[in-house]
Design a protein around this ligand. Structure first.
Ligand code: HEM
Length: 158
């Protein structure tokens, strides 16, 4: 088949095409990472939540609620919930926060202590401050449900 274009024009055209393709690659829009990705995805969430629950179950400020609770399924449920609210591909199908915590009659100081443990474990696992604070901001409104869900009565001292 005869060439349709003189060779120099064809070469020029190919070069222009290559430049256009490379420029297109350079500016192709990429979706910003989700909070879930910035938290480090499943491996880091599992590490952080595993350590947080183990500590909360021993810490004198929080441990009374964890008496007799199976920690492995609780960790799993919490990881799924955090994956779901941070934009990961999970769906949390557990209890509402009010129902899950109603029997424990959790008070504000216990809630704050657990959030502090979580903050320390996020730092320890190397989660950056932006992602950490974004996650903590998502959890803050749950305090009303978790602490207020039982009518606000004080927990028994232990
Ligand atoms: C923002 C803070 C919190 C979040 C996001 C959270 C999340 C959860 C989730 C997802 C579950 C499992 C519910 C299910 O699988 O149906 C759960 C259960 C539980 N949480 Fe929390 N929680 C929080 C605060 C606390 C605090 C402050 C305590 C105690 C100091 C606590 C103690 C427990 C216990 C003991 C259970 C197990 C309840 C049972 O199985 O009867 N949680 N929580």
């Amino acid at each position: 088949m005869p060439d349709l274009l003189p060779p120099c024009v064809a070469r020029c055209f190919s070069a222009l095409l290559l430049v256009a393709v490379l420029a297109g690659c350079a500016v192709a829009p990429t979706a910003p990472p989700t909070l879930y990705q910035r938290l480090g995805g499943a491996p880091r969430l599992e590490l952080v939540i595993g350590r947080m629950i183990d500590r909360a179950a021993r810490d004198p400020r929080t441990r009374r609620s964890f008496d007799g609770i199976k920690l492995a399924p609780l960790k799993e449920s919490l990881v799924t919930q955090l994956c779901s609210i941070s934009g990961g591909a999970c769906r949390y199908e557990g209890e509402t926060m009010a129902r899950a915590h109603a029997d424990a009659r959790i008070v504000a100081s216990e809630f704050d202590a657990l959030v502090n443990i979580l903050r320390e474990e996020l730092d320890r696992a190397g989660v950056d401050a932006g992602a950490k604070n974004e996650l903590l901001r998502l959890l803050a409104p749950m305090k009303r449900e978790i602490v207020g869900g039982h009518g606000g009565a004080a927990a028994p001292r232990s």
